[in-house]
Design a protein around this ligand. Structure first.
Ligand code: NDP
Ligand code: MG
Length: 385
């Protein structure tokens, strides 16, 4: 009998986390969960633990430790709390694959821990690569650790590259354009949280949904693509494709362009990352060309969505710039979601933070931590004034 693949699933209570568990539930003969982790939603974590019987769980927010321990007292499941425990469960234990479905900067150190422990990394947490892509890719290459993208655009590019030995000329990352694709500039200042959370095609966690609406998510995906596929910024283009059917494309020197198409459903890239190089049955919802109306493509509007350009600028500048952009964005998005700032203040906070944060040309992992702290502090100051 072939041994089951043992998964440590970080961020199991989120959008990607729960969809990963859907795949595991459908294929109990293939996968086994060794670790589940949540930030604060401890009841959901307990429910998942009772269903999937992992060896351990981590609740990052320590104030829920007691509740989780008591709820799982009769189970042979170790309970840990705090964010350091995330990296520890990744590094120790009987784990084949770490699925990093955490959101934000919190995912970066666990990604490093996975790579350093030579665990295969199925990566949804794009912020890991935005902050520390250079380190993570170098350390993974040194140890021959596979990093399998879950982000749909990067999974599409990865799928297009299977079997290719020729260099990539260019990749085209598609963007839905988000809920404000046609909203006039003067109306953007007054959009509500509810409007920003209503993504036309994808159902995702709140932070990435806001990032999609500002195109920060697309900017982060450009950065993610640079590191995953070893590209220069000028080899990465973004095209708005409101139907979200073509998930991304790769162009080669002979002019051939390969694309991966499908319905907008994250189960496919998640399953592909877990089962690579094998595909397998997956649900009923199949793409029908007869039923498709049209597929359209257009250039993104950098006047209304300047943060996509900001991400390219940070990528070109290098050093800790992308880390600063990420930290400021996290603070700004959280403040917008709490109703403390206007939608268009998100860009004001990010650009203001980038102007003030100290530039570090060749940061270490410790420098990223310091830079993340500094950028968050500056972003808070900008919001308070
Ligand atoms: P969610 O917000 O839905 O889930 C995030 C998960 O991380 C939850 O389990 C949450 O716990 C946990 N978490 C949040 N903050 C912390 C923290 N500080 N420490 C420890 N755990 C924490 O996010 P998504 O699933 O939408 O996104 C996850 C990642 O995948 C992001 O990087 C996103 O960009 C990327 N991604 C997501 C896609 C999607 O369709 N959702 C598509 C492509 C990429 P709790 O539930 O307790 O809050
Ligand atoms: Mg994506």
């Amino acid at each position: 009998m072939i041994r089951k693949q043992r998964l440590a699933l970080l961020g199991s209570t989120g959008s990607i986390g729960t969809q990963t568990l859907d795949i595991v539930r459908r294929r109990p003969e293939e996968f086994e969960i060794t670790t589940l982790t949540a930030g604060s939603r401890w009841e959901k974590l307990v429910e998942q633990a009772l269903e999937f019987k992992p060896d351990s769980v981590v609740i990052a927010n320590e104030k829920h430790y007691k509740a989780v321990s008591e709820a799982l007292a009769s189970e042979p499941i170790k309970v840990y709390a705090g964010s350091d425990a995330l990296s520890q469960v990744v590094a120790g234990g009987e784990v084949d694959t770490v699925v990093n479905a955490l959101v934000g900067y919190a995912g970066m150190l666990p990604s490093i821990a996975a790579v350093r422990a030579s665990k295969r990394l199925a990566l949804a947490n794009k912020e890991s690569l935005v902050v520390a892509g250079e380190h993570i890719m170098r350390e993974a290459a040194e140890r021959n650790v596979p990093i399998l993208p879950i982000d749909s655009e990067h999974s599409a590019i990865f799928q297009c590259l299977v079997g290719e030995t020729s260099p990539v000329r260019r990749v085209i990352i598609t963007a839905s354009g988000g809920p404000f694709l046609r909203t006039p500039a003067e109306r953007l200042a007054d959009v509500t949280v509810e409007q920003a959370l209503a993504h036309p095609n994808w159902s995702m966690g709140a932070k990435i949904t806001i990032d999609s609406s500002t195109l920060v998510n697309k900017g982060f995906e450009v950065i993610e693509a640079k590191w995953l596929f070893g590209l220069k910024p000028e080899q990465i283009d973004v095209l708005v494709h409101p139907q979200s059917i073509v998930h991304s494309m790769v162009e080669f020197d002979d002019g051939a362009i390969k694309a991966q198409l499908g319905t907008p459903d994250m189960h496919l890239p998640i399953q592909y990352a877990l089962r690579f190089p094998e595909r397998g049955e997956l649900g009923e919802d199949r793409l029908s060309f007869e039923k498709l109306a049209t597929l359209t493509f257009e250039k993104p509007d950098l006047v209304r969505f300047p943060l996509l350009q900001t991400a390219y600028d940070c990528l070109r500048k290098g050093g800790n710039s992308c880390c600063v952009m990420n930290g400021a964005n996290e603070v700004a998005v959280a403040a917008f979601l709490r109703g403390e700032i206007k939608y268009t203040d998100i860009q004001r906070v990010i650009i203001g933070t980038l102007e003030r944060a100290q530039f570090v040309a060749a940061p270490s992992i410790e420098d990223y931590a310091a830079s993340n702290e500094e950028s968050r502090r500056i972003a808070h100051e900008i919001i308070q004034n």
